[in-house]
Design a protein around this ligand. Structure first.
Ligand code: FAD
Ligand code: DLZ
Ligand code: SF4
Length: 511
């Protein structure tokens, strides 16, 4: 008899651990455990989402005739960890082999490597073939390259999977249409609502459970409207393709107050836990282009995120772990300000993005990158604290995707392996791409003094503070020319404002 363990982000019927399952003989184990729910204090909505999706998936497997052992969080016998639950199953059944698809996080892969010895049973760990590029393939691609440019990786993936390709090359003649995808926020946009599923009895039971056991976790549990089954997730994807994909490209980088979802797809949480298949998402989007339902800039932009960025960051994660977790190129060590939890700040852009994160366990990419991430970079926040925050606040967060985005993309903590220059920006960028500044206490056009936008002086403080590490970067040349032109008085004002700002945070004043 074989024990087949399915983790909470392996909710795919075609998962490798089930490929040869024997419905008569084998046991499928799924368990809600304290160790996974609390190793970071996940957003309440994420726990409710994962538990409800696990319970629905277990029911679907049972309906197919499989013998599922499902351990609920509040089962008095619950061992509290994956290994503990496997051990308990080994006591209860006559198991000769444990089969599991490799975990998505390094800490679990390490732990599972010791299971055979600790549990005294044969353990087979299978590849996770739901990804479009294996860790080994990525390592071959990366070999000998000093910088790992996503764009080149993406082109190879387009060719490998024949996505948006003509005989002669990329459809439309270009690989990338990003130049067309930078429209700022506009008044009067009628953004379609995001997909909303009605919580059923299973979800309601899980919501009660999360309310009872995770009161001290971050975030609002209700309203809860995430999809929790594959069918619902497909409906969410189809709704996106029908209603928002057309303008996904145009407004990809735009931010509007009170519009947390914009024209994004909101499918990351479903793809990452296995309810949606990445290639299926790509093919449906490509079909919309060929049918004339969405323009090339939108479809290419969306496909690049999944076929390019998603696979690329996973490749970087497995290539560079465990060292990637401790990378801190700028030796940044400032504590994460409390307003990342409370949203109590006068900086309207931060207040909006944090409030929406708290409500929805979601913020779209440009909010994560150019507001929340940009602040973390220029303020010199400690990468461990920033990673912990991003890992726990978003429903789509798993370390393989969160860590490269945070340490690589926003913090430049890897010294430029992932990004060719830091994504640092002053208030002018946020003012151009959003309408947040109009409702802010600070002024994006004021550079210094108490009414100045903090992003303005923090930006120049970051540039000056890290001169030794960044001046040699050819893409930063223009910034250092500007810094060189800056008079002593102006430099002093930047330093004074920065000092005042952090002193106020330390004194618990609302900045
Ligand atoms: P869309 O904007 O509609 O994009 C479509 C899909 O493309 C996403 O669902 C996702 O699967 C993929 N994608 C897009 N950008 C990226 C990217 N940079 N890396 C990997 N996949 C990408 N994504 C996560 O899935 N989990 C995370 O924990 C996570 N943390 C992030 C932290 C920071 C600091 C930043 C800058 C980005 C992070 N991202 C993360 C990437 C991206 O912001 C989210 O995937 C996206 O916002 C999810 O929303 P969506 O489904 O509406 O995406
Ligand atoms: C995210 C998550 C949560 C909150 N809870 C569980 C759980 O109770 N049981 C489980 O098997 N998986 C859970 N997960 C997903 C795992 O954390 C995920 O499989 C690992 O992080 C590897 O990516
Ligand atoms: Fe954010 Fe500065 Fe604009 Fe205020 S003025 S919303 S702090 S960018």
């Amino acid at each position: 008899m074989k024990l087949r363990l399915i983790l909470g982000d392996q909710l795919s019927q075609n998962i490798s651990s089930l490929s040869d399952v024997d419905a008569q003989k084998d046991v499928v184990l799924m368990c809600e455990v304290r160790s996974e729910a609390t190793y970071v204090k996940h957003h309440k909505k994420k726990i409710a989402f994962v538990f409800s999706a696990m319970r629905h998936f277990a029911d679907a497997l049972s309906d197919e005739g499989l013998n599922v052992r499902y351990v609920r969080y509040d089962d008095p016998k619950n061992a509290g960890s994956l290994r503990g639950e496997v051990a308990r199953a080994l006591d209860d059944y006559d198991i000769d082999e444990v089969i599991v698809t490799t975990a998505g996080e390094h800490r679990l892969v390490q732990d599972m490597a010791g299971w055979a010895e600790k549990l005294d049973v044969a353990v087979s760990i299978r590849d996770d073939d739901r990804f479009l590029c294996s860790a080994a393939e990525f390592a071959t691609w990366a070999e000998g390259r000093k910088q790992l440019r996503m764009e080149y990786f993406y082109r190879e993936m387009r060719q490998k999977y024949s996505v948006l390709m003509d005989q002669d090359g990329p459809v439309g003649g270009q690989w990338n249409y990003d130049a067309e995808n930078r429209k700022p926020a506009e008044a009067g946009l009628d953004v379609p609502a995001t997909y909303k599923a009605k919580p059923d009895a299973i979800t309601q039971e899980v919501i009660d459970l999360v309310n009872a056991h995770f009161t001290d976790h971050f975030g609002d549990l209700t309203p809860f409207h995430f999809a929790v089954t594959r069918d619902q997730a497909i409906s969410a994807l189809e709704e996106f393709i029908a209603r928002r994909l057309k303008l996904f490209g145009d407004y990809q980088d735009a931010m509007i107050q009170g519009e947390p979802w914009m024209y994004h797809s909101h499918i990351g949480l479903y793809v990452n836990c296995g309810l949606l298949d990445p290639l299926d998402c790509i093919e449906r989007a490509e079909a919309a282009y060929h049918k004339g339902a969405a323009p090339l800039n939108a479809v290419e932009g969306f496909i690049r995120q999944i076929l390019g960025w998603r696979e690329y960051v996973r490749g970087v994660y497995w290539l560079k772990m465990p060292d990637y977790k401790t990378a801190n190129y700028f030796d940044a060590d400032r504590a994460l300000p409390d307003f990342y939890w409370s949203a109590e700040t006068q900086m309207n852009c931060m207040r909006q993005c944090i409030t929406e994160t708290k409500q929805n366990a979601y913020a779209h990419h440009i909010q994560r990158l150019m507001v929340l991430g940009n602040f973390a970079l220029i303020a010199g926040l400690d990468p461990d604290e920033v990673n912990n925050w991003y890992m726990l606040v978003y429903a789509d967060a798993y370390e393989w995707v969160e860590l490269p985005n945070v340490s690589g993309m926003i913090l430049y903590a890897d010294g430029g392996l992932l990004a060719s220059k830091p994504y640092a920006a002053s208030g002018a960028y946020i003012n151009k791409m959003s309408n947040y500044c109009g409702s802010c206490k600070y002024k994006p056009t004021v550079k210094n003094g108490p009414t100045a936008c903090p992003f303005n002086y923090l930006y120049w403080d970051f540039i000056a503070r890290n001169e030794g590490k960044l001046r040699g970067n050819p893409r930063m040349g223009f910034m250092y020319k500007s810094l060189d032109r800056m008079g002593d008085e102006k430099r002093q004002a930047v330093q004074d404002d920065t000092r005042r700002f952090f002193k106020a945070i330390e004194a618990d004043e609302k900045v």
